[in-house]
Design a protein around this ligand. Structure first.
Ligand code: AMP
Length: 188
């Protein structure tokens, strides 16, 4: 697999398990000799994943909008791309990676995760998309997605685009073994 794009909280979260798991994911990425692409900040889970990948001797590429690059950029990255907008950033992060993983996070993370799922269901790409469900953080969101399937707003095969696991190493393996299926949004 190529480099992996990680979406995650710019906050550390209340429970130390979130930072520990972000570190564990970074270490697993390093051990698998993959590079990291992410939002380029030194704060929260974002900084923790980046530091763990760098400590493992692998490449870390950050992509950050100019408007807040001076405030939160990580200064030790292999490469930092400063771009004009959040839209350019998201497209570039996704373009540079062969797979995506979302860790716990807030609105920013949810927006990034659901956008790459939307692109997948529209068949714009076939890259695997993983969700690291640490301590059941995403259980309520996954229950909501099930409800959306029952209500007829998400197709069951589109829900399968999201690969969920609680263990970073197992999740990376699942992404590596991923075989894209043909999915279509259009029923007519
Ligand atoms: P959130 O989950 O709301 O903390 O947002 C985190 C996600 O949105 C990251 O994956 C980033 O791409 C982006 N983001 C939001 N806030 C920041 C920030 N302060 N610094 C860098 N990126 C951020």
């Amino acid at each position: 697999m190529q480099d992996v794009c990680v979406f995650c909280g710019s906050s550390p979260g209340e429970d130390p398990v979130f930072m520990q798991s972000a570190k564990a994911l970074g270490e697993a990425i390093g051990k698998a000799s993959m590079g990291l692409v992410y939002g380029g900040a030194h704060v929260g889970l974002m900084g923790q994943v980046a530091d763990a990948v760098l400590a493992g001797g692998q490449k870390v590429v950050g992509v950050i909008p100019q408007s807040f690059a001076h405030k939160v950029s990580h200064t030790e990255l292999t490469e930092l791309h400063v771009v004009d907008s959040m839209h350019t950033r998201k497209a570039m992060m996704f373009e540079l990676a062969g797979a995506c993983i979302a860790l716990p996070g807030g609105f920013g993370t949810l927006e990034e995760l659901t956008e790459v799922l939307t692109w997948a269901q529209l068949e714009f790409h076939q890259k695997p998309i993983g969700l690291l469900n640490i301590n059941g953080y995403y259980d309520a969101l996954l229950a909501f997605f099930d409800q959306a399937v029952l209500a007829g707003f998400i197709k069951p095969q589109h829900l399968e685009l999201l690969i969920v696991h609680h263990d970073p190493t197992e999740l990376l393996k699942l992404l590596e073994d991923y075989k894209p299926k043909h999915v279509t949004k259009w029923s007519h």
